[in-house]
Ligand binder design. Structure first.
Ligand SMILES: Cc1cc2nc3c(=O)[nH]c(=O)nc-3n(C[C@H](O)[C@H](O)[C@H](O)COP(=O)(O)OP(=O)(O)OC[C@H]3O[C@@H](n4cnc5c(N)ncnc54)[C@H](O)[C@@H]3O)c2cc1C
Length: 476
């Protein structure tokens, strides 16, 4: 009999398996893909936590209370207070643990990061190589830190792993899980253990989850791990678990659908930097499907920008700029040089180029007259240095030097906000409020809204995934 059955081997599952096995527990892990790591293969890997050794060394005064208060401020108190409290309290030991394991932090971290609504203190951590264009390695850096510990426990026999093995059903008798049914190829197995831990991640790659639980989404655009299909949530729902938070879904800015109709955004291949005006001055204007501007493109608040974009029909807009703006350096799409942007415009799939605004409207399908008025008004604002429409203060780039360009971008799902309700011990809570004695959950399966509310709070998904996995591994 295994002590713990862990379902899903991403950040939360790997960490809990390692920590439990290090205590001599017999751990069985089932993973539906052919390798472990889950979303660690693609995550940006930003972590956040207060009162860490690194902050202490840098003379930064910070506390879990301040971290908590910042989260409350950023998400307007829409997170789960018990789970968030636990997450901020555990975060420093997680980051210190990674430090002890040899994680080579970037000299600049901890820092205040502006990719999400900024914290008031430098408490976001990232690795040495984790700066553009190598930021993609961030999660992999964490994975490579965990793998030797994992391999050691697999070798010792404390961890047994089944890959390509997919959870189908949880079996419950009275108040306990008595087994799970999983399939591996054509074979079906029933696995049993003393404790069961659901770490199957989120559902941000599942259009049907969004159709069923998230109002107002016409077509899901996703940059999530394709394996994030909410399997663990589905199995838990079948036994009466409480699911909440999907209505708090937030979307990330600047997704470029390189293959129209695919619904997929590759965050690392191409994304438009429209999430803040601090890391990059926004020279462009944004127009919605009506051809109208809908926000101050120079707004400093990431959160305001996200909300403005999410309110647009189909959560999409066109980013418009002229040739001078294109050639000014500091590319809108960091993966593309000026020449690549021009090449993309020849494909006419995600980027278009035209000699006039009228022609650009014809090519993109935007209403011609409205678009011409929008651009004329914006150019007038640039001439007088005052934007009466949206109050934009950075007005140095009128759309005046042809050719003109339009990039079609979407607000897209990177992570899912809905998830299983758990109590302070991370036990899964049923719809009637009772818990199942031996069923626990950790990681994105809890939903981003649990620790981030209806907003993006930097590092508040990956850090709790590792912290909660670690805590369960230490305590079950
Ligand atoms: C591009 C990107 C960037 C991100 N950047 C950040 C960031 O900077 N900071 C941050 O805090 N968060 C970030 N996130 C979110 C964060 O990385 C994830 O929430 C976190 O890694 C999820 O860890 P997890 O262990 O819960 O799930 P996962 O890592 O997704 O692991 C779940 C595992 O379960 C397996 N599984 C699924 N279904 C089954 C089944 N039926 N049976 C068996 N196994 C199954 C999956 O194959 C997978 O291996 C980002 C996410 C993305 C996509």
């Amino acid at each position: 009999m295994y002590d713990i059955l862990i379902i899903g081997a991403g950040a939360a599952g790997l960490t809990s398996a390692i920590r439990a096995a290090q205590r001599g527990k017999k751990v069985l892990v089932i993973e539906k893909m052919d390798r472990v790591g889950g979303t660690l293969a693609i995550t940006a890997g930003h972590l956040s936590g207060a009162s860490t050794q690194r902050q202490f060394n840098a003379g930064i005064q910070d506390t879990p209370d301040s971290h908590y208060d910042d989260i409350v401020r950023i998400c307007r108190n829409t997170m789960d207070p018990i789970i968030t409290r636990k997450a901020v309290d555990l975060a420093s030991s997680t980051i210190d643990w990674l430090t002890e394991l040899g994680y080579s932090f970037h000299d600049r971290s901890p820092a205040i990061i502006h990719g999400h609504e900024p914290y008031s203190t430098a408490r976001t951590y990232f690795g040495k190589g984790d700066v553009h264009p190598r930021i993609q390695e961030a999660g992999q850096t964490i994975l490579h830190l965990l793998l030797p510990l994992w391999n050691e426990q697999v070798k010792s026999g404390n961890i047994r792993l089944f890959t390509r093995c997919k959870l189908k059903q949880i079996m419950v008798n009275k108040n306990s899980v008595v087994g799970v049914v999983a399939e591996q190829g054509d074979h079906e197995f029933t696995f049993t253990a003393q404790h069961y831990l659901l770490t199957t991640g989120g559902y941000a790659s599942s259009p049907s989850f969004f159709e069923n639980f998230t109002p107002g989404i016409s077509r899901l655009m996703s940059a999530a791990n394709p394996a994030s299909t909410g399997d663990g949530i589905k199995a838990a729902l079948q036994i009466g678990a409480m699911f909440h938070g999907a209505d708090k879904q937030m979307y990330t800015l600047g997704g470029i659908e390189l293959q129209p109709g695919s619904g997929r955004i590759n965050f690392w291949e191409a994304w438009a930097r429209m999430s803040n005006s601090i890391d990059r001055k926004q020279r462009e204007i944004y127009v919605n499907i009506r051809g109208e501007r809908f926000m101050n493109e120079y707004d400093w608040s990431v959160d305001q920008r996200e909300r403005a974009m999410m309110a647009q029909p189909q959560k999409k807009c066109w980013i418009l700029f002229d040739h001078r703006s294109l050639c000014d350096g500091d590319s809108l799409v960091p993966q593309w040089t000026t020449d690549q942007m021009v090449q993309e415009s020849y494909r006419e799939q995600a980027v278009w180029q035209a000699a006039s605004i009228r022609e650009l409207a014809a090519k993109t399908g935007l209403p011609q007259e409205v678009l011409e008025v929008t651009v004329a008004k914006y150019n007038e604002s640039c001439a007088v240095g005052f934007d009466s429409l949206w109050g934009r203060t950075y007005l140095e780039h009128p759309l005046a030097s042809p050719p003109f360009f339009a990039v079609l971008v979407y607000a897209y799902a990177l992570i899912s906000f809905g998830g299983l309700q758990v109590n302070g011990e991370l036990q899964v809570v049923m719809k009637g409020g009772q818990t199942i004695d031996n069923l626990y959950a950790a990681g994105e399966i809890l939903g981003a809204a649990a620790t981030s509310g209806q907003a993006f709070c930097g590092g508040m998904l990956l850090t709790p995934a590792i912290s909660f996995g670690k805590w369960l591994g230490d305590n079950l």
